[in-house]
Ligand binder design. Structure first.
Ligand code: AMP
Length: 448
């Protein structure tokens, strides 16, 4: 039976996982630099959390949730996003009672949406994001937006534009919603079925419609800036003024409304155009929320945050040739010359691995020539050859695969010898230098 992966999911394999790790390490590192700390919340949550948190009018809740009853007859959902979970955790753990608001969190993990799979759109994908919970402060809003930009820059993405908008306060949004209803009412008959539902549940969502005919109507729809109160406009222009003082390239996009219902005031998206001119759409998005914490049972506090789609960022890095699949080179390749030598070679490999050297051992019947070819293919720096003579002499042949020099080394001094060879061109104790002697480890060794 040929069992395939579930539609809309994908495997991250071999060198790809290294790139994901690089992306994730960079994201975590900069979140820490901005003093955000990690929250890990469960993948399964009560369905109700997302219905109330993300909003009944959102596409995510209306059409895309993976929900099921568990054996105790509880209606659960696989998380379709993180913000509602983070806010639930903030409330459950009474973190609002701390004097040190905001609570600044970041998160990373898989999320699930039953969407139509297409390029860059999966049913299981990964998000990294941050939430700053517990303050209503324009600077907090901008702090998160800057952090996202800093991360994308650190990953080597140069053509990022931060698109920003304001959804206004509640009164402004109510006025705008009415204006949209008045505008779309005579056109609704010809619009898509989704828009007909959106019209009733939340007409702002119509602005998100991707159907080309509807999109043409959206472009001519009333603009939110004409319905904003003076207070909300002033607040937005405060954000604009702060951003102008930074080196974050941004533009105001009055059609930006965001697909999740909880946002109010400042919203933003990170857009990217590749070197080949391909528009990748939003790599990430976020905004400010005033009602969500209270809606989920907490005190009336505001929050702000954004979320990146890691698969999108991976695609962009690959397509623009910024980060290619690569295999991390092997330090040592152990080559037993016959079956008798295999066991001794196995113990030797174990000693080398325990000492921290990335070691591979050939465990099949392979001719020596083929073993050398394999050593070259996997980028091994040294080969360790063991045959009958070496077993009898308690030695091993150590061959430098670059200089082709080799010598018979007593097992008692082997590690010392290897340490010396690796130590000569490195300050890092992890032995993972490339050909130029640079270390690609992600840990915090001194000297890196
Ligand atoms: P959202 O939570 O909808 O604001 O999305 C945040 C980011 O997640 C988007 O900007 C995308 O980069 C990414 N994203 C959203 N939906 C998908 C999906 N179905 N597959 C892959 N990435 C996605």
């Amino acid at each position: 039976m040929d069992i395939k992966n579930v539609k809309g999911t994908h495997d991250i394999i071999l060198g790809e996982a290294k790139i994901y790790e690089h992306i994730e390490t960079t994201m975590r590192a900069f979140a820490e630099v901005f003093n955000f700390s990690e929250f890990r919340t469960p993948i399964i949550e009560p369905n109700e959390l997302f219905v109330r948190g993300v909003g009944e009018s959102s596409d995510v809740v209306r059409k895309e949730m993976y929900t099921f009853f568990d054996k105790g007859n509880r209606l659960l959902a696989l998380r379709p996003e993180f913000t509602a979970s983070i806010v639930r955790s903030f409330i459950n753990n009474k973190l609002y009672a701390t004097r040190d608001l905001p609570v600044k969190t970041y998160y990373l993990g898989p999320v699930f949406r039953y969407e139509r799979p297409q390029s860059g759109r999966y049913r299981q994908f990964h998000q990294f994001g941050v939430e700053s919970l517990g303050v209503k402060n324009v600077l907090s809003d901008v702090e998160t937006a800057i952090l996202g930009y800093v991360i994308l820059s650190a990953l080597g993405l140069e053509n990022v534009t931060l698109k920003i908008n304001t959804l206004g306060d509640k009164a402004s949004r109510d006025n705008y919603r009415q204006a949209l209803k008045d505008y779309f009412a005579p056109k609704l008959e010809k619009m898509c079925d989704d828009c007909k539902v959106r019209y009733d549940v939340n007409p702002l969502r119509i602005l998100d419609c991707k159907v080309p005919e509807d999109h043409a109507l959206v472009l001519k729809a009333p603009k939110i800036e004409d319905y904003l109160s003076k207070e909300t406009k002033d607040k937005f222009y405060e954000v604009v003024d702060i951003l102008k003082e930074t080196d974050v390239p941004f533009e105001i996009d009055s059609t930006l409304v965001r697909g999740l219902d909880y946002y109010s005031e400042f919203v933003y998206e990170y857009h990217y155009t590749s070197k080949k001119g391909v528009d990748y759409g939003a790599l990430g998005a976020g905004g400010h929320y005033d009602d969500l914490i209270e809606e989920l049972g907490g005190p009336r506090l505001s929050g702000v945050g954004f979320s990146f789609g890691i698969e999108r960022i991976y695609a962009v890095l690959k397509d623009d040739g910024i980060f290619q699949d690569h295999k991390e080179a092997i330090d040592l390749y152990v080559m037993p010359l016959d079956e008798e030598a295999r066991e001794s070679a196995f113990y030797l490999a174990n000693v080398l691995r325990t000492a921290g050297y990335k070691t591979e051992i050939n465990l099949s019947d392979t001719k020596i020539g083929a073993m050398f070819k394999k050593a070259e293919k996997i980028g091994a720096k040294f080969a360790l050859i063991i045959g009958e003579n070496e077993i009898n002499n308690k030695t091993v042949i150590l061959k430098d695969l670059k200089t082709k020099e080799q010598e018979e080394v007593d097992l008692k001094v082997l590690l010392e010898k290897i340490d010396k060879n690796f130590g000569e061109n490195s300050e890092c104790s992890c032995h993972h230098q490339d050909e130029e002697g640079s270390c690609h480890c992600h840990h915090d060794d001194e000297g890196e």
